[in-house]
Ligand binder design. Structure first.
Ligand code: MG
Length: 386
């Protein structure tokens, strides 16, 4: 079987970026820059393994940045990009790698089609990179800034990453290039007299170098997202018991809520609200009450499933708001615990979670203390599906 490894270089200290946190770990709309290309590479069906080269001082930042992703341990980079890539290549087991795609973490917007095109081409030609044609008129200048000549822009292009190579030849080329100082792997291949082919690059696959590039990246993302709101409502009746489970928190009470699962009315309303943002039906559709495996189930399973569906669509939960409608027990003393519990379950900051309670002034079934109702509203940000 042909094996393809993606090697993502994230070892820079972003001297041109000017923020405290290195740019590859800066949040671009809820997600760090590095994670964009890591996730795209990991989800490509032809890529077997994603290896990441990081700066030795960034190990904690890295751990946080790739939390929840199944990745091999990171490789520590060197003093230059060239050294870092070389370190990465040396860490690859040659018997398990035919082709390698070397990519800069600073380009978050690679897409699966570009990766597929590169893989197709590299199998024919052993070395291929994406190239963007030059659109401005290009001037060669002298060191005093005066134009020396105008270049033929049809013969010039801007190199992007990922750059794809047969593993064996790029490793050899790097070995030979140790004494040189080159800024991409195509130049290293060229220095070893390897013919490097090109395919069209992508405008969107731009490199985030300066803060203004970062703003551009934010604008790209904001334009490709839409906001959606979903609501959920649920009711469970009281029956004799010792405690109720509300928003994932057990509250001692002389009754419990009746239901097939743990009857967490708050989480059920919230799960329905989240599913509603995806127009994905309701909780009963995903977890049929007729299915015995959900008997007594912890409702956090339902909630996690709904949030997972949102994350799978590259969505983000922006805000959730739950109203518990009950005469008793008192919710107030448990409110903060509930907020913290949901923050933990959804990996959200607490200022994105609102939980409040109301009575119905003794009116209706909640007023008669026959049960508890809950309603929830969720706001999510989802990529626009064209
Ligand atoms: Mg329910």
């Amino acid at each position: 079987m042909m094996k393809i490894i993606a090697l993502i270089v994230a070892a820079g200290t972003s001297q041109r970026f000017g923020t405290k946190i290195p740019k590859q770990y800066s949040l671009l709309n809820h997600k760090n820059l590095l994670r964009y290309s890591v996730e795209t590479m990991m989800t490509h069906p032809l890529i077997d393994t994603v290896k990441i080269v990081i700066h030795p001082d960034h190990q904690d930042l890295y751990k946080k940045a790739v939390k929840g992703l199944e990745l091999p341990p990171p490789i520590l980079g060197g003093h230059t990009r060239q050294e870092s890539v070389f370190n990465g290549l040396k860490e690859i087991d040659p018997s398990s790698c035919h082709y390698v795609l070397i990519h800069d973490a600073a380009r978050p917007f690679i897409d699966h089609q570009l990766i597929t095109d590169l893989i197709e081409e590299v199998q024919k030609n052993k070395a291929v990179i994406p190239l963007i044609p030059a659109t401005d008129t290009l001037k060669k200048i002298e060191s005093n800034g005066i134009i020396d000549q105008t270049l033929d822009r049809n013969l010039i292009g801007c190199a992007q990453t990922p750059q794809a190579f047969e593993y064996r030849i790029i490793l050899e080329a790097h070995k030979k290039a140790c004494h040189l100082s080159l800024t991409d792997d195509a130049s290293i291949a060229e220095a070893a007299n390897i013919k490097v082919y090109t395919i069209p690059g992508r405008e969107e696959n731009f490199k985030v170098t300066t803060l203004s590039d970062f703003k551009r990246a934010e604008a790209v993302i904001n334009h490709s997202y839409e906001y959606r709101t979903g609501q959920g409502f649920d009711v469970h009746r009281f029956m004799p018991g010792d405690f109720i489970t509300l928003c994932g928190v057990q509250i001692p009470y002389h009754q419990k809520l009746e239901g097939h699962s743990d009857a967490d009315v708050g989480l059920h309303a919230l799960t329905d609200a989240l599913l509603a943002t995806l127009s994905a039906g309701d909780i009963g559709h995903h977890f049929p009450p007729s299915d015995p495996q959900w008997k007594g189930a912890d409702s956090t399973i339902f909630l996690k499933h709904a949030s997972q569906l949102i994350y799978e669509k590259q969505g983000h939960i922006i805000h959730i708001d739950i109203t518990i409608i009950a005469e008793a027990p008192k919710v107030g003393p448990h409110r903060l615990t509930m907020v913290n519990r949901l923050a933990d379950l959804l990996q959200l900051s607490t200022d994105r979670i609102s939980i409040k309670a109301t009575t119905t002034e003794g009116l209706g079934f909640t007023g008669r203390k026959e049960g508890i109702a809950a309603q929830a509203i969720a706001t999510v940000k989802l990529p626009v599906i064209p």
